[in-house]
Structures are given as C-alpha cells and as structure tokens.
Design a protein around this ligand. Sequence first.
Ligand code: ADP
Ligand code: 5GP
Length: 203
Amino acid sequence: MHHPGNVFVVSAPSGAGKSTLVQRLVRSVPDLIFSISFTTRKPRPGEVDGRDYFYIADDRFDAMVRDGGFVEWVQVYGHRYGTGRDWLNEMLATGQDVLLDIETTGALNLRKAIPEARMIFILPPSADSLEQRLRSRGKDSDEQIAIRMRHARHEMELYPAYDYLVMNDDLELAYRQFESVILATRASRERMAPAAQCILEGF
Ligand code: ADP
Ligand code: 5GP
C-alpha cells in the first residue's frame, strides 16, 4: 500500500541556525527531502539554482500566483518566496517526507492548506546571540541585519502556533531534538495504523 509522505514545516528568526540544522537533517535522515521554494531574490554566494531555491523573475512569480501555482507565498525583505503546489504534491506522492523551511506568515497559511503538517520553531537562546550569529555569518549588510532583527521579534511572537519549539543553544542537542520530532512523527499511530492493520491481518 502506498502512503503519501509527512509535511514538516520549520521556521525561525533569521540567524537562529535553521539552515545549519536543516542541511544536516536532510543529509542524515533517509526519505526526507528539503522543499525547494521559488524566490525572486538573487542567489547568495554559494547558493545553487534548483538546490537552494528556484530563482525566478518577478513576472514568472506573478504568473504562478495568478495560476494558483503556490500552496502559500509571501513577500519578506523586499523579495517574494513561495512553495510550488505541483512540486510539493509530486514529492509527497513518492512517499518521502518533505521539510519546508518557510517563514511564519507562510507557515500559518500552509497549516490551513495542510492541517496535518507538523510545525517546528527554532528558538535562538536570546536576542543578543541571534544578532551575533547574523554578524558572524557575514552574509548580510548592517542594514540587512537591522531589518532581520526587527522582523525577528514579529516572528518570535508567533511561536504559539507551532507544535514543537527547539532551542538552538547547544547545536548537538538541538539537532537530536529536531531529528526526534521527525522520527517520532513517523512512528505515530496515525501514520502506522495501516501497517499495523496489515500485520494484524497476517495472524
Ligand atoms: P538561519 O538559517 O536560521 O538564518 P544559520 O544556520 O545560517 O541560520 O546560522 C546562523 C549562524 O549561526 C551561522 O554562522 C551558524 O554557523 C551559526 N550557528 C548555528 N547554530 C549555532 C549554535 N548552536 N551555536 C552557535 N552558532 C551557531
Ligand atoms: P532567505 O532569503 O534568508 O533565504 O530567506 C528569507 C526567509 O524566507 C526565511 O525565513 C525563509 O524561511 C523564508 N522562505 C523561504 N522560502 C519560503 C517560501 O516558499 N514561503 C515562505 N512563506 N517563506 C519562505
């Protein structure tokens, strides 16, 4: 019997360590794939089209919005980001789990579309440590960092909408908690009932 995969949503204020955690998860956990969003922003150094994002022009993004091509989309930091409907459905149909790295507004909209999605929020240990991580990452200008810190407060306020809150202080512990959420979801009764029934019928 064929089971469609689970949807996991992860959000965090920018700099909390979400990419660090997510990259390790998709390398280590089998049958877990990273959702590749569409964006109108330009690639950062080291980012690859079709791996980190699908980088598209504004007019193509407009056309996809018009055609209902996104499960959810938002405008943040002056750029637009969206989860492609066809892309997500194709991945789920393979039976693999999909991990979506999306910001809070989009996550809340996605939950309306996919109520069974499991939602994970990565907490920074403190506001100060978040700002330090943004600076040490060295990928954003001072002005960008100020914008991200203002937005971080707004994102933090939405933590009550999430199922799991993983604090990323000790990276190793945060990783183990995040991985546990995925493995425990796979073992949930809702997920495993069809397999259990099958086994039962063999008696
Ligand atoms: P995000 O994807 O949430 O914006 P990143 O994964 O890029 O954040 O992490 C931001 C910076 O903080 C990076 O330089 C990363 O190496 C560092 N970092 C991530 N997790 C930790 C941690 N637990 N302790 C200290 N630094 C961390
Ligand atoms: P960045 O520019 O740092 O890659 O991403 C900025 C923010 O956009 C991050 O919080 C990221 O999670 C979010 N984001 C990326 N793709 C999507 C998407 O498809 N939908 C939504 N709602 N947010 C996204």
